[in-house]
Design a protein around this ligand. Structure first.
Ligand code: NZQ
Ligand code: ZN
Length: 385
């Protein structure tokens, strides 16, 4: 196991009716609030009214930043920074999925920064200060509710990058707020959660039995609950389990003492920077192909994955055969829940393949399990066509 430091200050407030805690958060952080949300789903399923009635009861002054796009845009973030400065807000409340939370994080670190907030995403600067951010999550997927990552797209330059920004001070997770997530977004979320675990599971770090079993527990729990939630979107316990898995998959628990990979996320970000496709859909296409491209680096790990997660029977089979069966099972699971499996499913051909391969490695080779150059990425993308 490698050395590690673990620090996660986010207060996680989980379960039915937990929105009642918003009142004490207003008392704690102040009444002048920027409310950030997306394209209107929170109005349609009634959460906006619930939030506003608590904020109005507390006589809050609420400034709104609506319309945050899936794959949130830098232009929207800049609008939010301006609003916070004009209104001198005390703190930011993000209500929505990962895109809304990521945009709100960018606003939170952008307000006290004198330069261009994009500097944080291009690694020209590191955030030192942030406005307080609270979140009410409505979609199980990114883990953004309990980490400091934020992914923003600069649509003018067609670049989509992640940055370490700020942890939410608190996040309210009520599984009922995810009942209305449409089937396709539910599937993308499941693919994203599984992919976060893959990024941290495929490693060369030896002697990490607890981290390995944590990761396997999350993967098995997601698989067990995926079809349940798709069959009945209002199954509270299935929604709760997926939601909890989403948070635990990317809140810093899995990488404790482990070298992690993250190449596939860089590749997906490059694809969605050029084609604006859903993140989880892109991952479902790319991950099995990344696996086939790299598994020989540590076939032992892939063998364990096949047996422990997918129940592959290893008897009489070579390591390669077992590993490949596990990869095929991963692909079959994604297909079974209705995820896309080829870039062609998004009408993407090889026109921009080299461009995407370049964009995937903006700061040099990516990945730790196997270091990938733009040539490797192009090869993997070709396998995805
Ligand atoms: O915009 P609204 O109207 O709210 O609709 C959203 C959006 O259209 C809808 N939705 C969300 N909650 C809903 C709902 N519809 C009905 N009922 C609800 N309860 O779902 C659509 C997608 O929302 P979005 O926030 O874009 O999805 P997700 O949470 O998957 O976030 C994706 C973004 O997060 C980034 C991705 O790259 C992508 O930009 N990531 C962020 C990470 C992080 N911060 O740690 C890590 C991830 O790997 C990922 O890269
Ligand atoms: Zn992801």
């Amino acid at each position: 196991m490698n050395n590690f430091v673990y620090h996660n200050p986010t207060e996680l407030i989980f379960g039915r009716g937990q929105i009642s805690h918003l009142k004490e958060k207003v008392e704690q952080y102040g009444k002048n609030i920027l409310l950030v949300y997306g394209g209107g789903s929170i109005k349609r399923f009634g959460l906006y009214d619930k939030v506003m009635s608590i904020l109005n009861e507390q006589s809050c002054k609420v400034t709104e930043l609506p319309g945050v796009e899936p794959n949130p845009r830098l232009s929207t973030v800049k609008k939010g920074i301006e609003l916070c400065r004009q209104e001198n807000v005390d703190w930011i409340l993000a209500v929505g999925g990962g895109s809304v939370i990521d945009a709100a994080k960018a606003v939170a670190v952008g307000v006290p920064y004198e330069g261009d907030v994009w500097d944080f995403y291009t690694r020209k600067a590191v955030p030192e200060k942030a406005l307080t951010l609270g979140t009410i999550l409505t979609l199980a997927a990114t883990g953004s509710e309990m980490n400091r990552g934020s992914v923003v797209t600069n649509w003018e330059t067609k670049e989509k990058y992640g940055a370490g920004t700020t942890f939410p001070a608190f996040s309210i997770l009520d599984p009922e707020n995810t009942f209305s997530v449409p089937r396709d977004q539910t599937v993308y979320g499941i693919c994203d959660i599984m992919s976060h675990v893959f990024e941290q599971y495929f490693t060369h770090t030896p002697e990490i039995p607890l981290q390995t079993r944590f990761a396997e527990s999350i993967m098995k729990t997601v698989v067990e609950n995926a079809e349940r939630v798709l069959a009945n979107p209002e199954d509270y316990d299935a929604r709760a389990n997926i939601l909890y898995c989403g948070t635990m998959a990317l809140n810093g628990t899995l990488p404790m003492g482990v070298e992690t990979d993250w190449a596939t996320h860089s590749i997906e970000h490059a694809v969605s920077a050029v084609y604006d496709i859903p993140h989880g859909g892109g991952l479902a296409i790319i991950f099995p192909n990344w696996m086939r491209y790299v598994y020989r680096e540590n076939a032992e790990r892939f063998k364990r994955f096949a047996v422990e997660v997918w129940g592959v029977d290893p008897s009489g089979k070579s390591d390669d055969e077992i590993a490949l069966e596990g990869i095929a099972a991963t692909e079959a699971f994604f297909r079974r829940i209705g995820a896309p499996s080829r870039l062609a499913d998004y009408q993407i051909g090889d026109e921009n393949l080299e461009l995407m391969a370049q964009k995937a490695v903006p700061f040099g080779p990516i990945g730790k399990f196997k270091k990938l150059t733009s040539e490797d990425v192009a090869e993997i993308l070709r396998m995805c066509l």
